[in-house]
Design a protein around this ligand. Structure first.
Ligand code: PEP
Ligand code: MN
Length: 337
């Protein structure tokens, strides 16, 4: 349920409503818009009646929220959320491109990629330290040495870093080395990990599970938000369908659907969505045209020798070319890049 306050409601009236909500055993979440304040009620509100709050001074109306996700819902917060990662704003007019290798493989590799993607206009660097691989016999990531390299490269190039967290036990180490925690597609429904990254109070990049609906994805975001971490960026990275021509199927609809349902920023990963380097540009352009707030793209100096996801990794030159093309698309839809 949400309580929409009157345009002229006083601070005292707002606080009285909050106090009443808390007295009834719920948590109140305030969203102060330019026009008016909306108070969201958090908890199992089934026993609560609209009348209990509608009678309070300053209340315009009380409306049930139609979706099971509340804090993530646009009903709760009509304005877009901007997530700031060490000064980089995701969700505003400017499209944010995050680029880098699937995994950190060596000092030379990560430094070379970072220099190239920064030069081309990427605002953040990606690089896996802990890799969720299908086979336990393939490269699992360098682990902590990779995090140390990421911290060093971030220092050198001034690029904020995102890296995937697979275990809650790694969160504190990651905090010291990276700026944003990625929850991978395979862990989107790892609810205990979601709660832990919620409590970690670090920005989170939440990838959509490859077999999850948009609603399930938003419910996963809700797990993080309900732990008082509001810095969540959603990432569509392709879903599994009957189609085998591509690694996954980019659900381009998910971008406008998610943007309608939630105030959180939505970005797209055209690398995992297609699985093929020669399809990445088309998918990236489509994403920006569809309203995505950013992209996360895999770039490797030598894709043939990559230890993971070489087939979908762009060479630095191809990435630079794509960035110039994306600027035109961004401009056409009223955004900057
Ligand atoms: C990745 O970003 O390298 C990755 C493993 O992504 P996803 O979780 O979307 O498969
Ligand atoms: Mn990858």
């Amino acid at each position: 349920m949400i309580v929409i306050m009157e345009r002229r409601a006083t601070e005292e009236q707002i606080q009285q409503v909050v106090a009443r909500i808390e007295e009834l055993g719920f948590r109140a979440h305030l969203s102060r818009g330019e026009e008016r304040t909306i108070i969201g009620i958090i908890g199992d509100e089934r026993p609560l009646s609209v009348e209990a709050l509608e009678v309070l001074d300053g209340v315009e109306r009380v409306v049930p929220v139609l979706h099971p996700f509340k804090l993530a819902s646009r009903d709760f917060k009509p304005e877009n959320t901007i997530v700031t990662v060490d000064g980089v704003r995701i969700g505003g007019d400017e499209i944010v491109v995050i680029a880098g290798p699937c995994a950190v493989e060596s000092r030379e590799q990560i430094f070379e990629v970072a220099a190239a993607v920064k030069e081309a206009g990427a605002k953040m660097l990606r690089g896996g330290a802990f890799k969720p691989r299908t086979s336990p016999y393939t490269f699992q990531g360098l682990g902590i040495p990779a995090l140390e390299l990421l911290a060093e490269v971030r220092e050198t190039f001034g690029l904020p870093v995102v890296s995937e967290v697979m275990a809650a036990a790694d969160i504190e180490t990651m905090r010291a080395h990276v700026d944003m925690l990625q929850i991978g597609a395979r862990n989107m429904q790892n609810y205990s990990l979601l709660q832990d990254v919620g409590k970690a109070a670090m920005p989170v990049l939440l990838k959509r599970g490859m077999m999850c609906t948009i609603h399930e994805w938003l419910m996963s975001a809700e797990y993080i938000l309900s732990n008082r971490n509001y810095d969540v960026v959603l990432c569509e990275r392709g879903i599994r369908t009957f189609e085998t021509a591509t690694r996954n199927t980019l659900d381009i609809n998910a971008v406008p659907v998610a943007k309608q349902l939630t105030h959180l920023p939505v970005i797209v990963d055209p690398s995992h969505a297609t699985g093929k380097a020669n399809l990445v540009a088309a998918a990236a352009k489509a994403a920006i045209a569809a309203g995505a707030d950013g992209l996360i793209i895999e770039v490797h100096p030598n894709p043939d020798r990559a230890l993971s996801d070489g087939a979908q990794s762009l060479r630095p030159e191809a990435f630079a070319k794509l960035m110039t093309e994306l600027r035109q698309i961004a401009h056409a839809v009223g955004r900057r890049l």
